[in-house]
Write a protein that binds this ligand. Structure first.
Ligand SMILES: Nc1ncnc2c1ncn2[C@@H]1O[C@H](COP(=O)(O)OP(=O)(O)OP(=O)(O)O)[C@@H](O)[C@H]1O
Length: 250
């Protein structure tokens, strides 16, 4: 904590720079992020805006721990006040942060083959809150796991229903779903667990007006719970409805 009453920002990006090296083109260097600095506080939504190809999605992937940086830092202040640089955190740390602190709605749904839409969302809830093993638990007794799975499925179903995904689809793997149906499963997964830092990459791109409104409500609820949100919203109506500030990529 700082000495003032204001808590530190949840996210502080300091002079972040990144380039891609294109090995198939003789190592051509493609600078994508150049000296990006921004901060996002709890309860605030920052919209990344700017022309296509300027590095908005790349910044979200860096914040999700998928890419490192050439220079600069991506400081996340955790719930206990400790700071971690997402650009340099160890893979184990990144995975632990993804389970509990960082939510991400990517542009495309990544699902395991044969896993149902309902379990894809329920799994997100279970991995964020694994029940601690009881010292005297019978290792052959599936009861506690079944109970936790049942509760997670109930919560996942409520979210899918809110996003108007027909119940007939819940038990099916989403691989054959339409773009908008897949996007709604992705959104349910991203919003299932309250995230300290929530990353949204065009969450409404394939949605109709009714479902766009649901996503706006979900984003507002996440802000009210204290999430710091960084999002890309090409839909200006959605952006105006949720963004407190904008960061311009030139
Ligand atoms: N893994 C990668 N390897 C090489 N180049 C990449 C990679 N990922 C992105 N790029 C390039 O980096 C640039 C920035 O891409 P990025 O997807 O971040 O842009 P964006 O601002 O999100 O664009 P859009 O608004 O169209 O989604 C693009 O020129 C893209 O081709």
């Amino acid at each position: 904590m700082t000495t003032t009453d204001t808590p530190p920002p949840v996210l502080s990006v300091e002079a972040a720079s990144k380039r891609f090296t294109l090995h198939l083109r003789d190592g051509l260097q493609l600078p994508v992020l150049q000296d990006v600095s921004l901060q996002v506080r709890s309860g605030e939504c920052l919209a990344l805006v700017g022309p296509s190809g300027r590095g908005k999605s790349t910044l979200l992937k860096c914040l999700h721990g998928s890419y490192g940086l050439e220079s600069g830092a991506l400081w996340l202040t955790q719930a206990d006040g400790r700071r971690v640089d997402l650009a340099r955190a160890a893979p184990r740390t990144v995975l632990a942060l993804r389970r509990r602190e960082i939510g991400y709605v990517s542009q495309f749904l990544r699902a395991l083959p044969r896993q149902s839409a309902l379990d894809l969302v329920a799994e997100r809830l279970l991995e964020a809150d694994p029940s601690p093993p009881q010292p005297d638990a019978d290792p052959l007794d599936d009861g506690p796991h079944e109970a936790a799975l049942g509760a997670a499925r109930a919560q996942a179903g409520a979210l899918l229903a809110r996003l108007n995904l027909p119940e007939g689809l819940w038990g099916l793997p989403p691989a054959t779903f339409s773009g908008g149906e897949q996007q709604r499963v992705n959104i349910a997964r991203g919003f299932a667990v309250p995230a300290r830092l929530l990353l949204l990459d065009e969450p409404t791109a394939s949605l109709d007006a009714g479902n766009r409104r649901v996503v706006i409500e979900l984003i507002r609820e996440a802000k009210a719970r204290g999430s710091a949100i960084v999002g890309i919203f090409h839909d200006e109506e959605v952006r105006d409805a949720v963004a407190d500030r904008r960061y311009h990529f030139h």
